[in-house]
Design a protein around this ligand. Structure first.
Ligand code: SAM
Length: 360
């Protein structure tokens, strides 16, 4: 009997259905499991990314959760942008990406929270300039500071220090600190109401990630002592404001010991403090040693004011809770280097500190 033989490599295949039942949800024992509640399987994203993009294409996931999309995009040689409104999602995604061998450098940015614009308009009106002034006065009042007039970046004073009030919709960034330092230097000692002491409290809702210690150092080099203070979210609640129980907290502070011997640099973390704001009481009680606030830390030994390169890192995993607190690096060439130390705390906040060293 004649019959037709059909070979697989000659067959055109079959169109993929719109119902996929051959990929299973992530199992809690799977290596890829990050513990993020809505995590999608890597095999699913691999199929989607392969089917819809080529190498070097740009893949965007606006709701990245645990970061399955950017992780697979990275592994498949695609460029990617990933966003999420949750700090825990960003933290999980970043850690997941760092775990990929040969991951290319990437930046994490905080773009701010836009719902506060709505609050600002509702509380203080629609007229742009008057609204901003009323908003600043309101925050200064809660901070027990007096308003000052005539400056663009300095808005109040309190206990011998000037006060800057950050906007509702953008995080305070390095550029703001530079402007504050410039205005402060121009204004200092110029007459009544002018700043006399070299101190500014910078109040902000959000701060650009990576900023705290680095910006303090820049300001210090300009002869200015800045303190970064978070505007607590209770400010948005009428009741809390009326009861007067608004507390402002400084951002985390990091202490580092630095030793240089010949071409070798040794960096040791010696202290780290996070503000008690936002931290549940049981977490505060459970932390016995300052290092337990740190989830991971990394060093770029030759930071050149661009993207942070994770040249070395130590991080806790679910299996291994240990963390190394010291690292050494030998430079191949003598010269002046800036090492940038980046600490990510268990709440997902970044704190960075730059160290400039000369090696011989
Ligand atoms: C279903 S999860 C995504 C899971 C992800 N595909 C994974 O594999 O882990 C949806 C995510 O969207 C985030 N999200 C919700 N509304 C958002 C918004 N308006 N902007 C940004 N992210 C948002 C949530 O925080 C959550 O992490």
């Amino acid at each position: 009997m004649p019959r037709k033989k059909q070979y697989l490599d000659e067959s055109e295949g079959r169109l993929v259905d719109d119902l996929w039942t051959d990929i299973y949800p992530v199992n809690s024992q799977a290596l890829e499991d990050t513990g993020y509640a809505t995590q999608k399987p890597e095999a699913l994203l691999e199929r989607i990314i392969r089917a819809s993009s080529d190498e070097n294409d740009l893949v965007l996931d606006c709701f990245c959760g645990s970061g399955t999309t950017p992780a697979i995009a990275e592994k498949l040689g695609r460029r990617w942008i990933a966003c999420d409104l949750g700090r825990f999602a960003i933290h999980t995604t970043r850690k997941r990406l760092l775990g990929i061998e040969g991951v290319r450098p990437f930046v994490v940015q905080n773009l701010g929270k836009y719902e506060r614009q709505v609050w600002q308009k509702a509380e203080f009106g629609e007229r742009a300039e008057a609204t901003v002034r009323a908003y600043r006065r309101f925050i200064l009042d809660l901070y027990h500071a007096e308003p000052v007039e005539g400056y663009a970046w300095l808005h109040g004073k309190k206990g011998g220090r000037m006060v800057h009030v950050g906007t509702v919709d953008t995080p305070v960034a390095l550029g703001d600190v530079k402007q504050i330092a410039i205005e402060f230097r121009r204004a200092i000692g110029t007459g009544k109401g002018a700043p006399q002491l070299a101190g500014v409290d910078v109040l902000g809702w959000d701060f650009a990630l990576d900023m705290n210690e680095t910006a303090k150092q820049i300001a210090q080099e300009a002869g200015l002592d800045v303190r970064f203070v978070r505007i607590p979210r209770e400010v948005l609640e009428k009741k809390a404001v009326e009861q007067g129980d608004i507390r402002f907290f400084e951002l985390a502070a990091l202490s580092v010991d630095v030793q240089v011997k010949g071409r070798e640099l040794a960096v040791t973390l010696t202290d780290f403090m996070v503000p008690p704001d936002d931290v549940p009481e049981d977490v505060i009680k459970a932390v016995k040693h300052w290092s337990e606030w740190i989830d991971y830390w990394a060093v770029d030994f030759n930071y050149r004011d661009d993207t942070f390169h994770n040249e070395w890192q130590s991080y806790r995993t679910r299996k291994d809770r240990g963390l190394t607190l010291s690292v050494r690096n030998k430079y191949e060439q003598p010269g002046t280097y800036t090492a940038l130390v980046k600490v990510i705390d268990i709440l997902g906040n970044d704190t960075t500190k730059g160290i400039t060293v000369e090696v011989h």
